[in-house]
Design a protein around this ligand. Structure first.
Ligand code: URA
Length: 233
């Protein structure tokens, strides 16, 4: 339970004072009814509206973004367009951050949330959450590449990767890579070590979460209750 004025202020759209005034003006409703006042206690997930528009009342927000190429996986940057800039203004001020990074030129599934414990659960070394990438290379992938991935690739700087999977796809210059860790530029460096530079990379899934095929690059949506449940949320 949270005070109504505090809850409105937490969206980042109004100061606490503005929220109080808004509530007093009668523009705010809770489950379709006028609230008693700014101090009314609101349960998490309650249907709060301002001028009929729904307001997020949950502590944590979970967003699936189809990251397009050309934007960076940070929350702010003085020069570059960030993944947060693809969200509406009211969602940019509630502490969302990307769970793991994709390179500027990589597309695909990016989870944005303000749930720190979940990010830890998905990213902490030792958790070994599967991430699946669709990859296209300059060259032809073959069985020897698959075996090298299974054995654990040694990168150019001597770093040894955990065993990974490489499923070859026709016509031979593409495949599906499954990683259980997340080193810097990992897929690109693994394939570079095989002399087959990556020309296109897209993340398709992370743990139980799969990129919604109906979501075009640059678009986002909230996770469904089933997706949240698959993450234990
Ligand atoms: N591996 C890469 O090389 N780049 C990404 O963006 C993700 C995984």
């Amino acid at each position: 339970m949270e005070r109504l004025d505090k809850l409105l202020a937490a969206t980042g759209q109004w100061s606490r004072k503005e929220a109080k005034a808004l509530i007093k003006s009668g523009r705010v409703k809770v489950a379709g009814e006028l609230p008693a006042g700014p101090e009314e206690k609101i349960p998490e997930g309650a249907a709060v509206t301002v001028d009929g528009r729904p307001i997020l009342t949950e502590k944590y927000v979970y967003i699936m973004l189809h990251k397009p190429a050309g934007v960076i996986s940070s929350t702010e940057d003085p020069r570059e367009e960030t993944v947060l800039s693809l969200l509406p203004r009211e969602l940019r001020r509630i502490g969302l951050f990307p769970v793991g990074r994709l390179d500027k030129d990589t597309e695909g599934l990016l989870l944005l949330t303000n749930d720190g414990p979940l990010a830890h659960q998905l990213l902490a070394p030792g958790k070994h959450v599967d991430k699946v990438y669709y990859v296209e290379v300059d060259g032809q992938l073959d069985q020897a590449d698959g075996e090298a991935f299974r054995a654990g690739i040694t990168l150019g700087d001597g770093t040894v990767c955990l065993p990974a999977e490489l499923e070859l796809l026709p016509p031979g210059d593409r495949g599906l890579v499954t990683l259980r860790e997340g080193k810097y530029h990992q897929v690109k460096r693994m394939l570079a070590s095989r002399g087959k530079p990556v020309v296109y990379l897209k993340r398709l899934s992370m743990g139980p979460l799969e990129l919604d095929r109906g979501l075009p690059p640059g678009r986002w949506r909230m996770l469904t209750p089933a997706e949240r449940a698959s993450l234990g949320r």
